[in-house]
Design a protein around this ligand. Sequence first.
Ligand code: HEC
Length: 217
Amino acid sequence: MANKSVWSDNRFWRRSAAWVTGFASILLIWLTFDTSAQIAMGNDQDLQNKVTKRVPGPTVINYKITYEMSAKRGHEVPVIGEKEKFFGRDDYSEEEAGALLHLGKLGSQAKNCMDCHTLLGNGAYYAPDLTKAWIDPAWGPNGAMQALTGKNTKEEAMAEFLMHPDQYPTHARMMPDLGITAKEAKGLVAFLKHMSSIDTNGFPRNFGKIEGAVHGK
Ligand code: HEC
């Protein structure tokens, strides 16, 4: 009995189980709080003070959003740049911007964009991933969509497409007309612009390869 191995001792295993469970519980609680803090939405003050938040406040729609390669993190990270007009304005208040995002979010749920698209990892892959759709250069100054829709800003081109997607087919699959109104389209575009500013740790993997979206071009 004296030289019984520790590995066959019940007390050893019981004690180990208690320690491992205790440690894992504390780790989980800590991770829960850490994650909540990481994904808490920033506010207008952060943006004015150039404080980087993983999820910027709604007034990020007043700013230009680009991506830059981060050597340290090994993928592109969002860069909130200078002020940029959004439907003619760059002075949306926190309330106004918040209301637009809210409208867009409700619209995306009501029209079920996730039935076909993916938003932040949720949804389908029938149609393009929308997580970073805002920085798709197709909507930019030299992109096809402004010419196609006859609009000369990114947001107006996108809104026009959302209202009449069947008139501007670019992919083999066509997006159906979902009866989106001008007001809803504005909210949806704000929602997409805000979503593109979220630091998603380089997800989806391929968006950084989108030429021109990076380095503010
Ligand atoms: C029934 C499927 C379906 C639904 C629902 C749908 N879409 Fe689409 N969407 C598509 C397809 C297919 C395309 C590609 C069509 C094309 O480019 O001609 C597309 C393209 C887009 C694009 C252009 C993507 C790019 O290349 O940058 C945007 C933006 C978009 N959809 C937004 C939305 C939003 C917002 C909603 C919800 C309000 C929505 N879609 C709902 C099928 C759908």
